[in-house]
Design a binder for this molecule. Sequence first.
Ligand code: AMP
Length: 441
Amino acid sequence: MHTNITPQTPNGFDSLNLISPLCRAVNEKEYSNPTPIQMQAVPHLLKGRDLLGCAQTGTGKTAAFALPILQRLKENYQPVGRKEIRSLILTPTRELAVQIMESFEDYGRYLNLKQTVIYGGVRQEKQVKALKYGVDILVATPGRLLDLHNQKYLRLDKVEVFVLDEADRMLDMGFLPDVKKIHSFITKTSQTMLFSATMPIEIQRLTKGFLKDPIKVEVAPPSTTVDKIDQRVLFVDRENKGALLKSMLEDATIERALIFARTKHGANKIVKNLSKGKIKADAIHGNKSQAARLEALNKFKTGKIRVLVATDIASRGIDVDGITHVINYELPNEPESYVHRIGRTARAGAAGIALSLCDLGELGYLKKIERTTNKSVVMEKDHIYHSETIASKRGRSSGFKTRSTQKKRFYGKGSSSRKNSKPATRRGRYQRERPERGRKN
Ligand code: AMP
């Protein structure tokens, strides 16, 4: 084999045959090698194949579809007519839509293609204006897209590439009928991609209707993320979870905590409970308006609130650096959700701590999680709500580690027996590298 072309900037992306404006943009992002999903998907997508991708955020999937879309739009360039759209990316939440749009802007910065993003919860005028003369790339949430389509502010009959992102979340959020309707308006499409972290039966059916002979790529979230996280479990009776959470948050080393609840109602209850304890928190979930969600997220990002409570669905768009702790107020029943949740800490190479409150009914979930991640979660029994009954039911055979062999410490206001004594140190209980206890410096 020989080649007479020496690449100017040797980079793992060279093998993907991307056009130079894209290589330049990727270089500027300082990506040195394609991620596995990019490696597997890009060559096929450049040839125009349909794709079924089993992958979550964090795997580099946005570039995996954005780079080939940009390249094909450029290579087969044709000016868009009024209200026309050449490629459509549907995604469930506003936060994700904005994130995807930003990626397209980054990767496509030297291509001069027209792109915009639309989502609900805000006034439509600006979006209508941006669509007026057509766009090459439109990132949208389903509700607003249908709404503007019904009002005839956009046309879907010229869409060449259609991407359905996070299909399983669309299903969870009740968007599937909208998605099917949108798909029925896309009559010309030559390439379709569908991404989903899980493949419930409804999504499998959808893939049959949407995709023609797709290539299938499947990637697990990077396991190194999980490895970097200090994971602990606190066994506690269900009725004591609220009190335990409050006392945990007295620890000042928990600088920025993302708390997961299983339901929207549960998330609201946690916020209420914390606010009674003068802990400022906000919730982000599907029942909140887009404006309220964004506001909560901004307060969290800027440090105005230290605690954000989220459901799994709403957490999809959370890309906040500096989350020191993820707290699972309830364990998820799917191990993949656990991996996704705890991956919110340990972003951008940082380390993080994940604390899970586990009641008796959740022991089965914990087992499934440990089996999937192939890692045992260390028991943290250093709290007054520790339930030995639950701990003993966990099973001793697999050599689970216990973090604290020290005497049980008390903390939180619930500790009446230690009223006048200094509560166990409020600093550092949930730190990675704990300084020696009992010493003040
Ligand atoms: P995504 O899964 O698309 O949300 O991407 C997750 C993160 O990985 C984003 O911050 C991207 O900028 C980043 N990323 C995507 N591709 C690469 C790559 N090849 N090398 C390094 N980082 C990447």
